[in-house]
Design a protein around this ligand. Structure first.
Ligand SMILES: Nc1ncnc2c1ncn2[C@@H]1O[C@H](COP(=O)(O)OP(=O)(O)OP(=O)(O)O)[C@@H](O)[C@H]1O
Length: 519
């Protein structure tokens, strides 16, 4: 039985969310044009669409972050007055990918922060009572937490589960008039971890809440959602029953055109000189890792969350310092003291967490995209502004950034379009070694294919491309071989002939003793 068929959507007649004719423009640009959306209680409803189609603007309108120009919203039959000032009191909770937990505090302390313990100086919190309430709530949700564990010890999926429990308590754990909006919650999770979160979403819906799932991972949408609303260019295009559609149809609605394959294929690779050689590399989470990547080759690195594939790209790029081991780039020793040294040696890293590692959010797109090469634009009288603008326009056009406005601040681009700017920034360097860390995180299927295609072109031109990802379908499609990490060590290597999504998952989940590394 799939998660979706286990649901009880259809038996609950209440409407959790009704959005009618919502509109919003930013300056001259229309972000939402007469958008309507209906989410029933007891259902998981997908909100889908290309990067920049208006999903976040819609959500932000519900929580008061954005003030819409026009439109009406009802939550469980009562009008929502906008701008919303306290969404929690109306039973609305938005759970973002960055879920705002404090690592050094315990689970209970984190839960307490948002139950406003600090504001209750005059009537101190009854810790025993809170503990009992949370234990009961988590029991109802079917999740288990040691309330005294430090949050830093939780896996990414557990952190997301905790965020859901926290939101439920905040909105009054006993009420069923709750609307959960999960904004790309699984984007950074490996498949088994994502499965736990999807399962939780289903349970929350089964308790009678309305759940909105914003995601670019359509396989998960097909698995867990009851219905989907697809937006395109600020409009709602269609509402479909997920059981009556296909992934290809959803993509066609999103893009306005059919897309036959979701991923490009790698260029033919028959061997080439090693551009990257890693020997016995160790860091905080990886231990004795050895592998190489050759000119023209696309190598994947994967593992379950926390197995070391998150740290490895930063060790290679000079952002973190290895504790042992050797790195060579094009035959020369290359333990970089800083990213600048790595870039000089022809290594580029497109990070997955663009907000933390990739984007200067206060800068313009033009400043971001030309940052690594700005010295090329110094003339007799300072920076040649026109030339910088022209170059940024060309680069952004190559990866299809929308809108192609180099003068816009990065904050004015949707998440996926920010990722495209980061891609453009690094591709222009024509790196010998291109490191891609979760390259399609938050990117719609059309743009993901285009970005990955750019990486394949780089490989065909002689770069060694290394892709670090928990998305096995992607790795199976674009890699010549994939290395699997388990507790920081390489435990398996799958060649092109044996590369399937299923084989990768099996390799990730198998105990090291069950698997041997290919010679
Ligand atoms: N603060 C802002 N100022 C100007 N324009 C903005 C601002 N925020 C969003 N936009 C524009 O509004 C449109 C809708 O953006 P929004 O972030 O809602 O898209 P999205 O569907 O959530 O995209 P993604 O999937 O990439 O997160 C985009 O064209 C974006 O550039």
């Amino acid at each position: 039985m799939t998660a979706r068929t286990a649901g009880r959507a259809g038996t609950d007649a209440r409407i959790a969310l009704s959005v009618r004719n919502l509109s919003k423009h930013y300056g001259g640009a229309i972000a939402l044009a007469d958008v309507s959306l209906t989410v029933r209680a007891g259902e998981v409803h997908a909100l889908l669409g290309q990067n920049g189609c208006g999903k976040s603007t819609l959500i932000k309108s519900l929580t008061g972050v954005v003030i819409p120009d026009a439109g009406e919203v009802e939550v469980f039959g009562s009008p929502l007055h906008m701008p919303t000032t306290d969404p929690h009191t109306r039973g609305i909770a938005v759970i973002h990918q960055d879920i705002g937990l404090v690592d050094s505090m315990t689970v209970l302390e984190n839960l307490g922060i948002n139950a406003r313990y600090g504001a209750r100086l005059l009537s101190p919190v009854n810790v025993k009572k809170e503990r009992a309430i949370y234990t009961d709530l988590m029991h109802r949700l079917g999740v288990e937490f040691d309330l005294d564990a430090e949050v830093s010890t939780l896996s990414p999926a557990e952190r997301a589960l905790l965020a859901v429990a926290r939101a439920m308590r905040l909105m009054d754990g006993d009420s069923t008039e709750q609307l959960f909006i999960l904004d790309e919650p699984t984007a950074a999770l490996s498949k088994p971890e994502a499965a736990r979160l999807l399962d939780l979403m289903r349970r929350v819906a089964d308790l009678g809440a309305g759940v909105v799932f914003v995601s670019h991972r359509l396989s998960e949408v097909m698995e867990v959602c009851d219905r989907a609303t697809v937006m395109r260019a600020g409009r709602d295009i269609v509402e479909v029953k997920v059981s009556e559609t296909s992934r290809a149809e959803l993509v066609a609605h999103m893009l306005g055109r059919r897309m036959d394959d979701f991923f490009p294929t790698p260029p033919a690779f028959t061997g080439g000189p090693a551009r990257l050689m890693v020997d016995g590399l160790s860091g905080e989470r990886v231990s004795q890792v050895s592998f190489s990547a050759h000119a023209g080759e696309v190598v994947g690195v994967t593992g379950l969350a926390g197995m070391g594939q998150e740290e490895l790209p930063f060790l290679l790029f000079g952002e973190d310092s290895p504790t042992a081991g050797r790195i060579e780039v094009d035959g020369a020793p290359a333990r970089f003291a800083s990213p600048t040294a790595a870039i000089r040696a022809g290594v580029a890293l497109v990070p997955g967490n663009r907000l933390r590692d990739g984007v200067w959010i206060a800068g313009t797109a033009e400043e971001n995209v030309t940052l690594p090469v700005i010295d090329r634009f110094f003339g007799l009288f300072g920076i040649r502004t026109k030339a910088v603008q022209q170059r940024a326009f060309e680069l952004m056009g190559q990866v299809d950034v929308s809108p192609n406005r180099p003068d816009y601040a990065m904050a004015g681009f949707s998440g996926g379009n920010q990722q495209k700017v980061v891609f453009a920034k690094w591709l222009q360097l024509e790196p010998g070694v291109l490191l891609l860390d979760e390259p399609t995180q938050g990117v719609d299927p059309g743009a993901a294919k285009a970005l990955l295609n750019d990486a394949m072109v780089a490989a065909a031109a002689g770069s060694a491309v290394v892709v670090f990802s928990g998305e096995h379908e992607l790795l199976a499609a674009i890699c010549h071989r994939v290395i699997v990490l388990h507790h920081g060590q390489v435990i398996a290597e799958l060649g092109r002939d044996s590369l399937t999504e299923h084989a990768l998952l099996e390799a990730c989940e198998a105990a090291p003793s069950e698997i041997s590394v290919a010679a």
